[in-house]
Design a protein around this ligand. Structure first.
Ligand SMILES: NC(=O)c1ccc[n+]([C@@H]2O[C@H](COP(=O)([O-])OP(=O)(O)OC[C@H]3O[C@@H](n4cnc5c(N)ncnc54)[C@H](OP(=O)(O)O)[C@@H]3O)[C@@H](O)[C@H]2O)c1
Length: 87
């Protein structure tokens, strides 16, 4: 993915977006105009992710999710369903 990638206007769910690969992927997708639901266990703790969100207007949604918790996954599923991102 680079600056010459076509704008896709896709919607993504990135789990583990507070740092590392997830954070970088989130930044790249927002840069090309996509919408990202970015999750981490402790969303308050990621200043980097909040900084990335500032560049994206309303296209970056930061959500809490612990993939080791079934109820946490269900909350995310319900939310994305409400956004009509999943069928
Ligand atoms: N870095 C590499 O070069 C590389 C290469 C190949 C494969 N990988 C694999 O790719 C994955 C990510 O690597 P990384 O270097 O980006 O790791 P990282 O810097 O440690 O980031 C891990 C991310 O996962 C989140 N996370 C951890 N436990 C979680 C849980 N139970 N539920 C939801 N989110 C959770 C963390 O956020 P919170 O702590 O806020 O939840 C963080 O955002 C790892 O599985 C790694 O083994 C990495």
């Amino acid at each position: 993915m680079n600056s010459s990638s076509p704008k896709s206007n896709s919607t993504w769910l990135i789990v583990g977006a507070s740092r590392g690969i997830g954070l970088e992927l989130t930044a790249q997708l927002l840069k090309r105009g996509d919408r990202v639901f970015a999750t981490a266990r402790n969303t308050d703790g990621s200043e980097l992710l909040k900084t990335v969100r500032k560049t994206a207007n309303d296209r970056c949604h930061i959500l809490e999710c612990d993939v080791s918790s079934e109820s946490s996954i269900q909350v995310i599923y319900d939310l994305l369903h409400d956004f009509k991102c999943v069928n």
